[in-house]
Design a protein around this ligand. Structure first.
Ligand code: FES
Ligand code: FES
Length: 162
């Protein structure tokens, strides 16, 4: 067993795990943050996407030990006492998800995009979500939700023309 410590959604967390344990397993099974999903387990689907020092990462491919001392943000870290993150609100408003399994990873990837690019084009959004597979939707409503959230975060109204 090895001890791993990291900041998760602003809190210092430590776990004692076998060295081959992935970051996703630690988040889900040690820290009980089950928003990040286990889909393919091989880096294809993006359901496990979390931010590591602000960069979207497939948590199924990262060892927990590689997250030592890093800053991790999961979907559970987006809402605060004032309510949902604008991305979460926009996805809800537009009913952008169906089964929802891909949603946490999609929203985390979109968050990383909007932090880097507050006014993304449709192509920018498609690129940012290209590692997140969705078996239910056609992505159109997701892209609209990211555009709406971007407008809200820029201080515009959601239905204002981009
Ligand atoms: S579960 Fe990690 S990429 Fe699919
Ligand atoms: S909403 Fe079902 S996989 Fe995306």
């Amino acid at each position: 067993m090895t001890d791993v410590s990291m900041t998760v959604n602003g809190e210092e967390r430590t776990a004692s795990v076998p060295p081959e344990t992935t970051l996703l397993t630690v988040l889900r099974e040690n820290f009980f943050l089950t928003g990040s999903k286990l889909g393919c387990d091989v880096g294809d689907c993006g359901a496990c996407t979390v931010l590591v020092d602000g960069i979207p990462v497939n948590a199924c491919l990262m060892l927990a030990g590689q997250a030592e001392g890093r800053d991790i943000v999961t979907i559970e870290g987006l809402a605060n006492q004032d309510g949902m993150h604008p991305l979460q609100q926009a996805f809800e408003n537009l009913a952008s998800l169906q089964c929802g399994f891909c949603g946490p990873g999609v929203i985390i990837s979109a968050k990383a995009l909007l932090e880097e690019n507050p006014d993304p084009s449709v192509d920018d959004i498609r690129d940012a979500l290209s590692g997140n597979l969705c078996r239910c939707t056609g992505y159109t409503k997701m892209i609209e939700a990211v555009q709406d959230a971007a407008r809200i975060m820029r201080g515009e109204s959601a239905d204002e023309a981009a």
